[in-house]
Write a protein that binds this ligand. Sequence first.
Ligand code: AMP
Ligand code: MG
Length: 357
Amino acid sequence: MNLNSIYKLRLFKTPFAAMALIILLVACRQEQEHSAEYFVFGTTVEVKLFGTSGDQANQVFTDLQQMFQDMHRDWHAWEPGRLTRINQSFTDGQTSLADETIVEMIERSQLIEELTEGRFNPAIGGLIRLWGFHTSEYPIIGPPPGQADIDEILIHAPSSRDIHIDGLQLSSDNRYVQLDFGGIAKGYAVDLAMEHIKELGIGSAIVNAGGDLRAMGGHGDRPWRVAIRKPGGGVIGALEVGGDEAVFTSGNYERFRQDKLDRYPHIIDPRSGWPVADVASVTVIASEGVWADAAATALVVAGQSDWPQVARALELDQVLVVDETGVVYLTSKMAQRVRFSENTERVIVGPGATIDP
Ligand code: AMP
Ligand code: MG
């Protein structure tokens, strides 16, 4: 790639100190690739477009900057904004005004919560805050919250299904409902970005949020190639993606609370109120980011014993699970697609292992 053709570098100052949006456009004439990077949702989002003009790429990248900035402002679980106002209204027993994206995420979550029998539940923001996970600074140091505080929330069983939606108006009889879209927002953001790219008539693109991504078309005459992250660093293997599909990984290795030798990861089982640490990571391929993202989180909660059953309920046939010892379990359809790194030790493929959905 000819880096001499970098033609633009812009820095944006935003009202949110935590969010510096950086756009870096790289045009590579021979390969017709244009790319941009944004820092949003605590991660770098890289967008690559293939086979489009510089002017069109410019338009897409400028539009996406605005879109990501709006999502950050409206969906943030603890920085004051639209979602924190909505959560305050639930606490106060009042009605509040959402926007279409939040309504869509609630509706999608209601279905996924039902299909996963409560393992995915974005209404447990109260538990996530109690565990100290409303922060960008990891690891968090210190003991877990008291069981009485956990129980107080569990007794009220907040659920996305407790939310009444009337147009853009939200209300709930359950004052313990607190929305946290951390398990689904990245997937939905990637979907909205890809929809916009499609609307502008571009057929080949990848939107990659720190390894969680959606890709369509290809990179010229070859498919997009992506790595599957390994818990604790490195890669398990590589995949070719294209057509139009999303690949998302959830894990318990990056964000956690540390109390002496005990580790409490940031994914919480809504039924026990405690973090789950049964599997190290789950990777899901689905047609939409929103589904792959929420599913990966739900399958981490499902753990070793239940993930095949929950994958079936979500109609997923491409799933890869890494257990705490590094053993990889995967569905046969996923096995056909992954090229494993040499240092990946043991791989178990269904259906013989009764794990194949
Ligand atoms: P992900 O990295 O996509 O697995 O999302 C993890 C984030 O989702 C956490 O940081 C929380 O904000 C949120 N979360 C944690 N546990 C759950 C759960 N059981 N259901 C839905 N969202 C959750
Ligand atoms: Mg997720």
